[in-house]
Design a protein around this ligand. Structure first.
Ligand SMILES: [Ca+2]
Length: 314
């Protein structure tokens, strides 16, 4: 019985170790969706990104989507769609300006549409895919602290509603007081594991301190979607700068996991319904059943042997 309990304890330990170890996630840089200074090649082009509208580039400093002037609108889009199944996009940005009143904000996009100017933070409405809005101007959301960072999943038909800062179609969001004009480099990190979760982390309070803005499950993004950043100013203005974009493909390298080296592997750190964890428990249950069957088999065999021996004596 003691050995059975020992076996149980060992199994539970190994399952929890599996689910908390996130060193099994391998990252591979996605050059096609990354951008660093000086941004441009010798022919003043970018191989992997297009830009337009009022966007200006200072090769040693930033890509400025809008300057601190009224009625500005600018965009920056990847040329190729993001085809990796699981990915992480880390980006440094800066929202700042001289005014006491400022706006409207910027957006990050993973959408089918690309490179068009429009009314939703500088891009098109009725988009298909993911929009994340860094909204610095509160139109009407009583009780919410701004800047407010909000995600919306667009179906290609639904409009973003500026009247209530997109509340109608909010997938997830968070307040980020201090994000605009922060003294440290402000960064975002968007992580997507297909059919598992979408997470946004932000860095704006202290350097190297990430806060989770949201983590939502059951999110499916379009198979073919482009990475974009856009910004818009109306009567109020601000500088909206992109400093760097660093994208990575993510996948598991643990050879003991059933779907290792596949791009569809789930991360170990997620404890909600990962396939391998339920597999672990299933395996444990099977072992347990086999153990009991062997135990019963042994006992039955032994009693039969004893009975036979007893009967052969007479
Ligand atoms: Ca707003």
């Amino acid at each position: 019985m003691a050995s059975l309990l020992g076996l149980l304890a060992l199994q539970v330990q190994s399952v929890s170790a599996q689910s908390s170890n996130d060193e099994d996630i391998k990252t591979v840089p996605l050059r096609t969706h990354s951008l660093y200074q000086p941004y441009l090649d010798s022919e003043l082009q970018s191989r992997w990104f297009d830009w337009g509208g009022d966007t200006i580039i200072r090769a040693d400093q930033y890509i400025r989507l809008t300057s601190d002037r009224q009625a500005q609108s600018g965009w920056l889009w990847s040329r190729l769609p993001l085809t990796a199944t699981n990915w992480e996009i880390e980006f440094e940005f800066k929202i700042h300006g001289a005014g006491n009143l400022y706006g409207d904000g910027m957006a990050m996009w993973i959408t089918k549409q690309r490179a068009q100017t429009g009314p939703v933070f500088g891009s098109v409405d009725k988009f298909e895919g993911l929009g994340i809005f860094f909204d610095t101007y509160k139109n009407n959301r009583p009780g919410i602290i701004f800047p407010y960072v909000m995600a919306m999943l667009g179906d290609g038909e639904t409009s973003y509603n500026h009247e209530n800062d997109g509340k109608d179609n909010e997938l997830a969001g968070c307040s980020a007081r201090g994000l605009r004009g922060a003294v440290i480099p402000t960064k975002g990190k968007l992580t997507y594991f297909q059919e598992n979760y979408l997470q946004l982390e932000l860095q704006y309070k202290n350097e190297d301190q990430w806060v989770t803005c949201f983590n939502v499950h059951n999110v499916t993004l379009p198979q073919i979607a482009y990475l974009g950043f856009t910004a818009h100013c109306g009567e109020l203005s601000d500088n909206h700068d992109i400093i760097t974009i660093s994208s990575k493909n993510l996948y598991s390298i643990n050879p003991n996991r059933p779907d290792s080296n596949s791009q569809t592997t789930r991360p170990n750190k997620i404890t909600e319904k990962p396939a391998t964890e339920s597999g672990g428990w299933g395996w444990f249950f099977l072992k347990f059943v086999v153990f009991i069957v062997v135990l019963i088999g042994g006992y039955v065999g032994y009693t039969a042997y004893r009975a036979q021996k007893r009967s052969s004596r007479f």
